[in-house]
Design a protein around this ligand. Sequence first.
Ligand code: AMP
Length: 293
Amino acid sequence: MVGFAYEGSFIMEILRTTAEMARWRDECCRESRTVGFVPTMGYLHQGHLALVKEALRRADRVVVSIFVNPTQFSPGEDLDKYPRDFGRDLDLCRELGVDVIFAPEVEEMYPSGFQTRVLVDHLSQNLCGRYRRDFFSGVTLVVTKLFCAVRPHLAVFGEKDFQQSVVVKRLSKDLNLGVEIIPHPTVRESDGLAMSSRNTYLSKDERQSALALYRSLLAARELVQEGERRVEVLIDRTKAIIEAEAHCKIQYVQVVDEDTMVDIVEVTPKAVMAMAVFVGKARLIDNMRLWSD
Ligand code: AMP
């Protein structure tokens, strides 16, 4: 266990094992403190930090986990080159007043002989689940393990990964984990690009092309505001905007119901357009609710 003094009295602890985490959590319980949690894979940006601030507003103590979870990457994906900067992450969290960084090693989370799986069925099948074979089984497994280790009252998840936040909400309910899932709106750069650790993979030109994602989502929403309800028309328009850009290769653009993740053909108040696009080597995702009152 490593503690840091900050402005005299504040100590941010860095815990590496579930046993240390359990001891800290028991102490919170004795003191009747509520615990908020923000799971991350590190390389923190303002999107992550907005989640942390939300947790700090809602709970007495806040835990941020930093763990690049190997089980949610398939072979050939970017596990090995996923960006990391643990020292900078610690500084950012300390500045905000985070109480604990939970940063276990892979062997702590998945010791030899590990074989349990957690499956959230239908919600995980569509969108990213169709294209990233191991993604949701890896996410549900690690989130379950992290929730068991941290035992938070609430956890904040970003709507940038909107399908993930819905899947995790279902998971917490189905397994009686008792963790309130707080969704947080997507945080964007000033030009509209959704913040992502993977944006660091983009060259200057690719970053410019990547703006087409947000632009195309806005165009679809504008069509809906003008009265268009046919999803097919919206998707055609969106794809045309993205395909006009160099460097962009669409993996999917779909419109689904925000509760069920099932594709819809007519826009409803629960319609969300979601997309995954390769911009150069970076796979970026983005989404937007299409209905505005
Ligand atoms: P990650 O480190 O990418 O696994 O993300 C950790 C958490 O931060 C997840 O709940 C993400 O949805 C959330 N997150 C990542 N980027 C953003 C963003 N631009 N806006 C809001 N939340 C985000």
